[in-house]
Design a protein around this ligand. Structure first.
Ligand code: SF4
Length: 370
């Protein structure tokens, strides 16, 4: 397994760090009679841990479970079906990120809709959606707004631009998610025993270190804000084990070069200007009160959910267990469809589609580890 780590990391730095983490984890095991258990909140961490080999190297010593931080994976089935139904209207251009087009709905995907002539565009920069609306005044341009606080400020920017340009043919279909409510929901549910969270560096740039203090103060759970390089991941895990051994609950900012205590105030103000808190449905969890953001009534003309009345049917049930994967209850290989009926070329659920999905990470990098 160390070979995998060597391919993607500086072994001079990572080997001693890996040894230190294993030693610390064994000390934890001696004291508590079990492995320390941490959740990587973010899908980018899940992918980085698997791709770098860190997860495989620690498989016997540290339990690392995936969390609900992959935006595509947590989008509930009803929302996926609604977005596909939205694409079926005449004269519409649907704009989205790459992963979304392959997520299976109850009967088909956005990609299937595209092959039947629907105008669905994968954008690399969301601001291209504004240009598309300007260039196509006879069409309705709808941006599918999924994501956490990493992406939401960009959606706020889009609504702000559309408002200042008074674009009549542009709107955003909001199905965004917030980090704090889902962490609270997981801890309140108490379904999975956790000794701490590996917190994502990128979303923390917007949120800031202080936004996680509730974990330590209210739940007595630690968190380490970490980057995505192998050495950063190992350093974060080491600090989490150390805190758990000392029975200390603390938030450590291990990504100080770019994450501040208060976060990015400009991005936060954009969100506050254009959005308000709303209830959101999460895959496998249900509705969590105040866990998403919607467009404020003052900007209703850019709110696709208000402009288009899409009937949301009850989704078709499948054997996909993504809902349990994103709650850290099972590993992807515990799903009976993993690697058989469900593969990246034929995904049954979003966790196998998304570039940040836990099932895709396990399929590409960890199948041999079990
Ligand atoms: Fe869903 Fe496929 Fe993952 Fe199973 S392996 S939980 S079907 S995405």
């Amino acid at each position: 397994m160390l070979e995998i780590l060597k391919q993607s990391a500086n072994p001079d730095i990572c080997k001693p760090l890996l040894d230190a983490v294993i030693e610390k984890a064994q000390e934890f095991h001696t004291v508590f009679g079990r492995k320390p258990a941490f959740m990587e909140v973010c899908g980018s961490h899940t992918m980085a841990l698997a791709k770098s080999g860190v997860k495989q190297c620690l498989i016997n010593d540290v339990q690392l479970v995936s969390g609900p931080g992959c935006p595509v994976c947590v989008t509930d089935q009803k929302s996926i079906d609604a977005m596909i139904a939205l694409s079926e209207g005449e004269g519409r251009i649907i704009c989205t990120f790459g992963d979304m087009v392959r997520v299976p709905g109850s009967t088909r995907t956005l990609l299937d809709a595209k092959t039947t002539g629907k105008d669905i565009r994968v954008l690399y920069s969301p601001v291209d959606a504004i240009r598309l609306a300007q260039e196509n005044p006879d069409k309705e341009v709808i941006f599918l707004g999924i994501g956490f606080e990493t992406t939401i400020p960009i959606l706020a920017l889009l609504v702000g631009q559309a408002h200042s340009l008074q674009l009549p043919n542009f709107s955003v279909w909001m199905t965004t998610k917030l980090v704090e409510p889902i962490l609270r929901s997981l801890l309140d549910a108490g379904e999975v025993r956790l000794d701490g969270f590996l917190l994502p560096g990128h979303v923390s740039i917007v949120l800031g270190e202080d936004s996680y203090q509730f974990l330590a103060e209210e739940y007595h759970v630690s968190g380490v804000i970490s980057g995505f390089e192998p050495a950063e991941l190992l350093s974060g895990i080491y600090k989490l084990i150390d805190l758990a051994l000392k029975n200390e609950a603390k938030i450590i900012n291990d990504h100080r070069a770019i994450v501040t205590k208060e976060g990015n105030r400009v991005a936060q103000q954009w969100m506050e200007t254009y959005f308000e808190v709303c209830d959101e449905a999460w895959r496998g969890i249900g509705i969590i009160p105040n866990s998403g953001l919607d467009i404020k009534p003052a900007f209703d003309q850019f709110n696709a959910k208000k402009r288009y009345q899409i009937k949301q049917e009850e989704p078709k049930k499948t054997k996909c267990r993504c809902g349990e994967v994103i709650r850290g209850l099972i590993s992807p290989n515990e799903c009976s469809l993993f690697g058989k009926a469900c593969r990246p070329t034929n995904p049954i659920g979003p966790c196998m589609v998304s570039a940040e999905g836990s099932c895709a990470a396990y399929y590409h990098y960890m199948r041999e580890s079990y």
